[in-house]
Design a protein around this ligand. Structure first.
Ligand SMILES: Nc1ncnc2c1ncn2[C@@H]1O[C@H](COP(=O)(O)OP(=O)(O)O)[C@@H](O)[C@H]1O
Ligand SMILES: [Mg+2]
Length: 321
């Protein structure tokens, strides 16, 4: 009998698109040049970056989460490491690189809409060599939540996903938005190496080049993805394994800035999936996480713990809500 392999250190690992978000909110936050000064209602400074927000939500949901990334040797970099650790993420592999300035996203939030100015800096600074086989082999699952922004890593992503697969990890991918709006690059090479693909609806349509969600999802299955999960904002979410489909409705919330809703959704889905829960439970947990974050400010506020999720689920069983 061969000996049982040692347990892996992490349930999930990711690579951080490390940055800080400055969220400015008000009724009219449209800047006017000509040295016009406007007063705004509020601001929040919070750790940002899809993969960082994802990792924090994963840790809060009881997954052993690890993250790899680079920050600058500055106050924002220290804020990021501190927030990751506070949320329970293993941030030992975050490299403080004095040649970098930590990335900054300035979001002007008005009603349900927002405009973002991003200084990338450390955001895409991970080098392919940082992603060693040893790091990959330490986890059960690899999630990547920022495909288009990780410009340095992107050409190497097929190799990283292939190595992860070879080392026995399952994989998931959320591309998030493509700031260049090209929507292709080498995504087609990563798709067949992805177990769960988790775009939002607009991203799904643009990536597939199709005009309906059904056609987009069929296209993704054709590219070899077994499970497609599409986020639809206040309309909830939709999942398909190519045979069965699942939907999740949410009660729309307002008053938040919706930053990080999709990334927390991803973590919620995986918190169910990696525990072997049925797909409709995974989708329900994901939607609850997304909704809770959508109604709050910044990507971390509103992220529920596994305890809170378990209480929802217990109430749901009783009330059927
Ligand atoms: N306004 C909202 N009200 C309730 N739930 C929301 C709202 N916005 C987002 N969500 C929840 O968060 C999930 C992800 O949000 P979405 O905006 O679709 O993703 P992304 O942030 O990637 O664009 C949705 O599937 C939904 O469950
Ligand atoms: Mg998203």
């Amino acid at each position: 009998m061969s000996p049982k392999p040692p347990p892996r250190r992490y349930d999930v690992i990711t690579f951080g698109d490390m940055c800080v978000d400055l969220l400015v909110t008000g009724e009219d936050v449209t800047p006017r040049f000509g040295q016009v000064e406007k007063l705004v209602d509020d601001y929040v400074i919070e750790m940002g970056g899809s993969c960082c927000i994802f990792a924090c939500q994963a840790a809060k949901l009881g997954l052993r989460a690890g993250i790899l990334g680079r920050v600058g040797d500055d106050g924002f970099g220290r804020t990021i490491i501190h927030r990751l650790e506070e949320c329970g993420v293993d941030a030992r592999r975050v490299i403080v690189d004095p040649t970098l300035k930590t990335g900054l996203g300035i979001a002007l939030c008005q009603g349900d809409d927002r405009a973002i100015l991003t200084y990338p800096g450390s955001l895409s600074a991970i080098e392919p060599e940082d992603v060693t086989d040893g790091y990959l082999a330490s986890a059960r699952h690899l999630h990547h939540g920022s495909f288009f922004l990780h410009t340095r890593l992107r050409p190497h992503m097929p190799d990283i996903f292939q190595r992860a697969r070879d080392l026995g990890l399952s994989t998931s991918l959320d591309t998030n938005w493509d700031p260049d709006e090209r929507w292709n690059s080498n995504l087609a090479d990563v798709m067949p190496l992805t177990d769960i693909f988790m775009p939002n609806e607009q991203e799904a349509l643009r990536i597939s080049g199709r005009s309906s969600l059904e056609d987009a999802v069929a296209e993704f299955h054709g590219w070899g993805i077994p499970l497609v999960v599409v986020k639809r904002g206040a309309a909830g979410a939709w999942a398909s394994d190519g045979g069965r489909t699942w939907t999740c409705a949410v009660t729309a919330v307002s008053g938040g800035d919706s930053v990080g809703a999709g990334d927390s959704f991803d973590a919620g889905f995986l918190a169910g999936w990696l525990r072997g829960l049925p797909l409709d439970d995974c989708l329900d947990i994901a939607c609850r996480c997304g909704q809770s974050v959508a109604g709050a400010s910044g990507g971390l506020q509103g992220q529920p713990t596994w305890n809170a999720v378990s209480q929802w689920r217990a109430r749901k069983d009783v009330d059927g809500d």
